[in-house]
Design a protein around this ligand. Structure first.
Ligand code: IFM
Length: 549
């Protein structure tokens, strides 16, 4: 109906607007079908972009609106068949959860040249930049529902490996240092020194690689791409940290920024050091396997990156001698070398759920004993097999009251750890906050984009929190609990090729093998075995020992 003659393209310098003038006879309906094609010079040669986009557009116009809708419907039907989660007894939690899962899936690119920005596809608060959010908070949902969607995210990091090497050199380091917030590799952090110092991003990437390979068995990815990322980033850490005589020769990493971004350049952030210890051990394992099982590939890689045999020995020694700050007096992990010496703060005067960097000069903030987001508490989750429930509880009891949850990444992790240590009221409170973050515009900034990490964290809080799932190297476990506010919930996870349906009610948990080979795991301490012949099993709910309020 609308030819070019009656369309006008108007620009105000920032926005392009198509203005159509058309007369519609009274009582008739005008339908406007808008087709758009998006290509970037990341995956196409710049000179070809206009013609490629025009061709893509004409193809879409040729297919027609109905065919495009049908394609979308089929895509989403496939996705919901594996990725849906259901909550009984609270429609608004169900709505918020599905809202999260929709955004997570629609943000996942498929070409290995892009990743998921901190605001997904919805806004420009973080200018499209990619953070650790992708590997730590978002990719688990994709991995445990539709693992093929994770490989492109890892390939994105592989394609940036040269920029990461260059960034390490710019920082007078060796190996590879990925930029904390970036699209195409260069560091774009506004608080540039803190952003650069969030070295733990490298461990998040290694975690995502290890998890992906364990889940999918995609050893080809590991050999051709993953190994190089893990070894190059281990080299960065081996050079950045030092065996410090004043600490009895232990391996220390000074001037870092941990997950708690209020501590901008602290020494020995416990989360970072523990993750780097794990990272070194992973690098040694990958190094040895490649050397022993694929010697030609190993030689080629070592030759290409100039890896010397003594580097592997340094990783091993640094892991064994890693300095992990601990307060015997308080029986807790020390967040870093200085956190416990900072000025205690009256938290009733600190606005919760707000980034208080906006209220305090950095020199005042750095003196305050207040954390922005889960830091030691995150460690209790990510490296949870290294800590007892008592240690987790002691750390939670100390750090949660000193955390202002200024980041949207905080609530979900507190919900997960609270579930594990039996703090059911906290677990639901933080789940609720995480789930409603955007749908209720809890932080008053959703107009600038959804909080993608928080959306992923909401799924984590359901599955790893209430469901109590853990997938450490020792095997799969569940410890299901049911919040008082619900009557039941259901989700599916794909575990090494077996798709397991989990349904929890007040009466207990039911596990079902939806597809794939027989699988064994633990549920609240009892062994569960599912097979195609005996696909269903029942188990009791976990009764974590916590406080009653
Ligand atoms: O990556 C996060 C960070 O942990 C807290 N501030 C916001 C970033 C982007 O979501």
């Amino acid at each position: 109906v609308l030819g070019e003659s009656n369309a006008e393209l108007v620009s105000d310098g920032e926005n392009l607007t198509d203005r159509f003038t058309v007369s519609v006879p009274k009582g008739q309906t005008l339908t406007l079908d808008k087709h758009a094609a998006v290509y970037t010079n990341i995956e196409r040669v710049e000179e070809d972009l206009v013609s490629v986009a025009r061709n893509g557009l004409m193809e879409a116009v040729g297919d027609g609106f109905d065919a495009l809708v049908a394609e979308q419907e089929a895509f989403w039907a496939r996705h919901w068949a594996v990725g849906d989660c259901e909550i009984d007894g609270c429609p608004s939690d169900q709505q918020a959860l599905r809202f999260s899962l929709f955004h997570l899936r629609q943000s996942a690119p498929k070409d290995g040249r892009h990743s998921i920005g901190a605001n997904g596809l919805t806004g420009d608060k973080y200018c499209g930049h990619v953070f650790w959010d992708t590997e730590m908070y978002i990719s688990p949902y994709l991995l445990y529902t539709d693992p093929a969607t994770v490989r492109p995210l890892l390939m994105y990091r592989y394609h940036l490996l040269d920029s990461a090497r260059q960034r390490a050199r710019e920082m007078e380091g060796v190996g590879a240092l990925y930029s904390w917030n970036s699209i195409s590799g260069e560091e774009c952090g506004v608080v540039y020194e803190a952003a650069t110092a969030e070295y733990h991003l490298l461990c998040a990437i290694a975690t995502a690689i290890a998890r992906y390979v364990r889940q999918t068995g995609d050893e080809v990815f590991l050999r051709h791409h993953g190994a190089e990322i893990v070894l190059e980033t281990a080299r960065f850490f081996a050079d950045r940290g030092k065996f410090i005589p004043a600490r009895g020769g232990q391996f220390c990493i000074n001037a870092v920024c941990g997950p708690d971004e209020y501590g901008c350049a602290v020494n020995n952030n416990c989360y970072t050091n523990t993750m780097v210890q794990w990272h070194f051990r992973l690098a040694c394992r990958i190094h040895d396997r490649l050397r022993d099982e694929h010697p030609e590939m190993f030689e080629a890689l070592a030759g290409r990156i100039g890896l010397r045999p003594e580097e592997r020995e340094t990783w091993q020694r640094a892991a064994d001698l890693m300095y992990l700050p601990y307060s015997a007096e308080l029986g807790i992990q020390e967040q870093d070398d200085s956190f416990l010496t900072l000025d205690p703060v009256d938290m009733s005067k600190v606005p919760l759920n707000t980034d208080i960097r906006e209220h305090h000069h950095p020199l005042n903030l750095w003196r305050m004993q207040v954390a922005k987001q889960a830091d030691v508490v995150l460690l209790m989750f990510v490296q949870g097999d290294q800590f007892s429930v008592e240690q987790k509880r002691a750390n939670y009891d100390f750090y949660e009251p000193r955390t202002c949850h200024g980041s949207s990444l905080s609530a979900c992790i507190h919900s997960i750890v609270a579930s594990e240590i039996g703090y059911a009221d906290h677990a639901y409170h933080f789940f609720h906050q995480s789930a409603r973050m955007d749908i209720h515009d809890f932080k008053n900034n959703t107009a600038a984009g959804v909080h993608s990490a928080c959306l992923g964290g909401t799924w984590l809080a359901l599955v790893f929190g209430f469901g109590g799932m853990r997938d450490h190297e020792t095997g799969l476990r569940f410890a299901p609990t049911l919040p008082a506010q619900w009557t039941g919930y259901r989700f599916q996870v794909l575990y090494q090729g077996s798709r397991i349906g989990v349904a929890v009610t007040r009466e207990g948990a039911t596990y079902r093998l939806v597809e794939g080979p027989a699988v064994r795991f633990e549920s609240a301490g009892a062994e569960v075995a599912l097979s195609p012949e005996k696909p269903e099993a029942k188990a009791s709910l976990a009764r974590p020992e916590g406080r009653t309020e």
